[in-house]
Design a protein around this ligand. Structure first.
Ligand code: A2P
Length: 358
C-alpha cells in the first residue's frame, strides 16, 4: 500500500450507490489522496461533500481518468461498457458495480468473505466486478454452510427494495405512495370502505421506471426477461453463485421487487450433501465473517430491513430444518442492498486491492 494514498474516481457519484461509496470510503478511512467525482453533464457544477470538504462533480469524459489509480463505477452498464476499458487502459483499476463484466472469464467477480483470492486476477483487464446485490448477501451466508456440509441445491426467493433500481425509482415510489395515501380526501371513517371498493382511481397510475405501479405492489420482474422466461436478475443469481462459490451448486431463483425503500430480504432453501442441523448452522454462522445471526423466534427476533439499513453486516435468522428433504435448511437473509450489496462490497474489494496488489 502506498503511504501517500491513491487517486480515486467515483463514477456515478451523484447516484444512490455513488453517494454511499463516498460515505463508506470516508467511514472506513480508505487511503484517498485525491477524489474525483464523475457523473453526467447534468450534474456538472454540483458539489458533493467528502471528508467535510466540498468537491466539484465533473462530467465523465474519456480523459477523466488521467492519473486515477482506482475507479469505482456505478453509473449503469452502458457507461461501464464504454468507460471501464478506457479507464483500465489509462492504468486505473476499475471496480465495477454493474452486471456488464461479471461473467467475463478475464474479470474476477468477488465477495471478500467468499473468494478474496480471485482479486489477483484483476491484471488481465484491470477490471474487477462487484456481484449482484442479491447474490452477495446470499453467498456471505452460504459460504460457511457450503464449507461445512457441501451445498448441492439452492432455491431462493428475493424481496428486493426499490433503491436497487436507483434514485429515479425511489422518487417514483414516493410519489405513488403519497398519491395513494393522500391523493383524495378520504376521511378516517370511510377510508377502509373506499380501499375495499378497489381503489379505482389508482388502478391506472402513471409509471416510468417500472412497467407497473410499485407502491403497495410486488413485481415479480427485475431486469429484463430472457429466452428461458426467467429474468436476468434471477439468472445473475444462478450464474454468479457458480462463478464465485461453486459451479456444482444448482440454483433456482425468483426475484421480486417489493415496495420497501432500502434492504433486500431473501427466503433461502438449501439442500446439502452432508447433514447439518439448524443449531450447527447457527453456531458456524455466529463466527462467520460479515454475518450476524438474529434468530430467536420466541422473542420475535429475526432479520428486518429496518435493522439492516445502514449496517455493514448481513443478517440471517429463521434458520430451521426443511422437513421435506433429507438434508435441508430454510433461512431468511437480509442486508442493506446499497451497502453490502454494492458500495461496501466494492470498497472492501478496493481495500484488499491496495493492501495486497497496488
Ligand atoms: P446524474 O446524477 O448526473 O444523472 P442511480 O443509479 O441512482 O440512478 O444513479 C446513476 C448515476 O449514474 C448518477 O450519478 C448519474 O449521474 C450517473 N450517470 C447517468 N448517466 C450518465 C452518463 N451518461 N455519464 C456519466 N454518469 C451518468
Amino acid at each position: 500500500m502506498k503511504e501517500q494514498g491513491y487517486k480515486v474516481a467515483v463514477v456515478g457519484a451523484t447516484g444512490a450507490v455513488g453517494n454511499q461509496l463516498l460515505s463508506v470510503l470516508e467511514q472506513r478511512s480508505f487511503p484517498v489522496r485525491e477524489i474525483v467525482l464523475l457523473a453526467s453533464g447534468r450534474s456538472a457544477g454540483r458539489t458533493l461533500t467528502f471528508r467535510g470538504e466540498e468537491h466539484p462533480v465533473q462530467e465523465l469524459t474519456e480523459s477523466s481518468f488521467d492519473g486515477v489509480e482506482v475507479g469505482l463505477f456505478s453509473a449503469g452498464g452502458s457507461i461501464s461498457a464504454k468507460f471501464a476499458p478506457i479507464a483500465a487502459q489509462a492504468g486505473c483499476v476499475v471496480i465495477d458495480n454493474t452486471a456488464h463484466f461479471r461473467m467475463d472469464p478475464d474479470v474476477p467477480l468477488v465477495v471478500p468473505e467468499v473468494n478474496p483470492q480471485a482479486i489477483a486476477g484483476y491484471t488481465k483487464k484491470n477490471i474487477i466486478a462487484n456481484p449482484n446485490c442479491s447474490t452477495i448477501q446470499m453467498l456471505v451466508v452460504l459460504k460457511p454452510i457450503h464449507d461445512e456440509a457441501k451445498i448441492e441445491r439452492v432455491v431462493v426467493s428475493t424481496y428486493q427494495a426499490v433503491s436497487g433500481t436507483g434514485k429515479d425509482a425511489l422518487e417514483e415510489m414516493l410519489v405513488q405512495s403519497r398519491l395513494m395515501a393522500c391523493g383524495i380526501e378520504w376521511t378516517k371513517e370511510d377510508s377502509v370502505e373506499r380501499l375495499l371498493e378497489g381503489m379505482a382511481p389508482y388502478k391506472k397510475m402513471a409509471t416510468s421506471v417500472y412497467p407497473h405501479r410499485i407502491a403497495f405492489e410486488c413485481l415479480p420482474h427485475i431486469d429484463v426477461f430472457l429466452e428461458n422466461d426467467y429474468t436476468k436478475e434471477e439468472m445473475k443469481m444462478v450464474w454468479e453463485t457458480g462463478k464465485i462459490l461453486d459451479p456444482a451448486i444448482r440454483v433456482t431463483a425468483t426475484t421480486v421487487r417489493v415496495p420497501s425503500f432500502f434492504g433486500h430480504s431473501e427466503a433461502v432453501n438449501v439442500e446439502t450433501e452432508r447433514e447439518i442441523t439448524a443449531t450447527r448452522a447457527r453456531e458456524i454462522l455466529n463466527s462467520a465473517p460479515g454475518v450476524t445471526v438474529l434468530d430467536d423466534p420466541k422473542r420475535n427476533l429475526y432479520p428486518l430491513t429496518a435493522l439492516a439499513m445502514g449496517a455493514y453486516g448481513t443478517f440471517v435468522g429463521r434458520i430451521r430444518r426443511d422437513e421435506s428433504v433429507d438434508h435441508g435448511l430454510n433461512m431468511w437473509i437480509v442486508s442493506d442492498n446499497i451497502l453490502k450489496g454494492a458500495a461496501l462490497n466494492a470498497v472492501e474489494i478496493a481495500e484488499i486491492l491496495v493492501d495486497k496488489y497496488l
